[in-house]
Design a binder for this molecule. Sequence first.
Ligand SMILES: Cc1cc2nc3c(=O)[nH]c(=O)nc-3n(C[C@H](O)[C@H](O)[C@H](O)COP(=O)(O)OP(=O)(O)OC[C@H]3O[C@@H](n4cnc5c(N)ncnc54)[C@H](O)[C@@H]3O)c2cc1C
Length: 556
Amino acid sequence: MERERLDADVLIVGAGPAGLACALHLARLIEQHNKSAAAGGATELSTENIYVLEKGRELGAHQLSGAVMDPRGLAELIPDFERAAPAGAIDTPVTDDAAYFFTEKSSLKFPITPPPLKNHGNYVVSLSKLVKWLGGLVEQKGVNVFTQFAGASLLYEGDGIAGVITEDKGVDKDGKPKSNFTPGYELRAKVTVLAEGPRGSLTKQLVSKYKLDGLNPQVYSIGIKELWEAPPGCIQPGFVAHTMGWPVPFDMYGGGWVYGLQDNRVSLGLVIGLEYHDPQFDPHDAFQRYKTHPFVRRIIEGGKLVRYGAKTIPAGGWYSMPRNYVDGGLVIGDSGSFLNAQRLKGIGMGIKSGMLAAETIFEALKAGDTSAAKLAAFKQKVDASWIKKELWETRNFHQAFQGGFWSGMFHAGLQFISGGRGLKDPWRVGPGHERYHKLNGKPLEVERFKGDGKLTFDRLTDVYHSGTRHEEDQPCHLVVADTNICADRCTREFGNPCQYFCPAAVYEMAEEKGQRRLKINFSNCVHCKTCDIMDPYQIIDWVVPEGGGGPNYEGM
Ligand SMILES: Cc1cc2nc3c(=O)[nH]c(=O)nc-3n(C[C@H](O)[C@H](O)[C@H](O)COP(=O)(O)OP(=O)(O)OC[C@H]3O[C@@H](n4cnc5c(N)ncnc54)[C@H](O)[C@@H]3O)c2cc1C
């Protein structure tokens, strides 16, 4: 197929905080360089040769976060961010924080908020608004930002990468071109930066091809969130609560949050480690039950659901960090494991990783050398920065919870006083999907939570509130290598966990003429990537749908 080819200096895949921080910082470095280059006769660089690709229908559409932001990263990128940010992006400073232990009917407030959950000095933000603002600043610098375009495959060159091919548009569900068919572009760049967020589809290809995994493979959690308009006076803006215990079983990792925003809005959600044993555990159901707890119910009852979303979170930290440089390529943000799972903080660290990538790329462009040897400076910059210090102190944190809540708390305490070392260092773990227990006689179908339609909801109602939309007549972007495994072996061994772990009702086992068959409602997909991570046989491949498809996390 003939494709139009475009050449750039730098191609950034993913317009989240990490990708946009990289673009903005690089554009500024180039501007400064050009001022002195003009005077000194050196070669100028151009900000127009920076491209950013984003699969969402607009900037911020695919951004989902709690989101309590540690301002450290953003303050380095935009020192006067508090004054400069538009209304709502920085919603409110944290005014109070607390941690609770939940049983089904009661809650116990910790007398002192554990240090990792202290949030004074932080801000409750809307990540989608923050990203929209950052994207505008990037465009003002002359950078080309292409929304509704996804990087579909990598262009490999030598021992690295040289760009991407974007997805073909206008292909029907059988893979045939429609009247509006447009082949994807071949975008070539001296440096390609993967900033795809958690479980990036291109990052997965890259890590697998060049065996870039860190000491541990990446492990993930899923975060399910709702944004509510609560009755007036039920929560103070800037109040940040983290909860442990019910409804998360003690053999699992997880916890909840309730954050107060301006105008009586409330961010609430539940995080569940994607490494649980019960293949029929259902994170969406657990989150719905979470809202029936007296503490949460008291805040939101009588209010209105505004938005819903779900997304995975890379939880592995330092020991799961892949090698994040190859010839012509860097990996940043969530894709590169730049997230502190103990504090559930990735926004600031993603921004910082983007800035360090920008400095590395700038030096490489000036030197005319974008080889892995030159781009390895990124790793050195990370090691010398506060990112390493923060991730090093929590390097064994998430692993300890694979033994359950009590073991996790015990080890987390020891790690805290020993600077992250604890009793085992490094603590090795395998991927979460290997930890399922087989059904062993448990009934195949469990009763599904339907919700009362006021406080609690079924999946389809929630998906409706995620603003998700996909062109229906296109190939399914959830590619299952062998559906016979689903109908037969997976049914017998695990009872088809995809029906339970997917927070968007994408997967269903249907009966047709006495045969069990996998039905995929791909247009519901909220791009959380849980299926790619938690399918027990690793036969589901999440590939990009036509650009512009997916959720719309406006205001989240
Ligand atoms: C439920 C939840 C709660 C959280 N709470 C907090 C919190 O309170 N505080 C905090 O600091 N952090 C929190 N985080 C983490 C934080 O949101 C992330 O660490 C941060 O957003 C990472 O930024 P990023 O730029 O790396 O990735 P993302 O924000 O995920 O952005 C990646 C972008 O790349 C795009 N993309 C992906 N693949 C492609 C492709 N192939 N082609 C084109 N575009 C592509 C995506 O659409 C997306 O817009 C939370 C995360 C979740 C899921």
